[in-house]
Design a protein. Structure first.
Length: 168
């Protein structure tokens, strides 16, 4: 299967909507349930963000991966680190699509001079945890999340980290 990354285009909206409204995709990705108007707004933000990529599998929209600015102060992010976010259409699960997309994104980040990458996942999202561990991320810590941040259900998020500095 040919896996590529590109920026979102307007024609992606129907497939994007189908993906992000799948409960098995949206909930583990922390997206929650979104009304159609919310999906359209989010899609516009994804299109405008140069750090967010559409994942294509044989030229079909399969998901999204992005590397976001990271730091304690949102007005002054750390220029050497990013935090990953990703999700994949369930019909592509178990086929190595996200594994390849993650490697493409990591290669892109290394080329940009990024030194470390983080990813936060819910503790019950075993697919994402396995992906990160396979990609040589290491568990760093777990934080509790207030109930209001996760559809009024108290939860936690586990953070995984990978150092990229020696990969240039």
């Amino acid at each position: 299967m040919d896996i590529t990354l590109r920026h979102f285009i307007p024609a992606d909206l129907p497939a994007y909507t189908k993906i992000v409204t799948q409960p098995g995709v949206a909930e583990p990705a922390g997206l929650g349930i979104m009304a159609p108007a919310m999906v359209a707004q989010q899609f516009k933000r994804m299109q405008a963000d140069p750090q967010i990529w559409a994942i294509l599998a044989d030229n079909l929209l399969a998901g999204q991966i992005g590397a976001y600015d990271r730091g304690l102060d949102p007005t002054n992010p750390d220029p050497n680190t990013r935090e990953l976010g990703f999700f994949l259409d369930a019909k592509f699960w178990g086929q190595g699509v996200m594994k390849q997309a993650l490697q493409l994104e990591l290669d892109h980040l290394v080329a940009q001079g990024i030194h470390e990458v983080w990813a936060g996942v819910f503790p019950n999202n075993q697919r994402s945890i396995n992906l990160l561990l396979h990609a040589q991320f290491e568990f760093a810590f777990e934080v509790s999340l207030p109930a209001g941040l996760n559809q009024n259900v108290a939860s936690a998020e586990r953070y995984y980290r990978r150092i990229l500095i020696n990969e240039k």
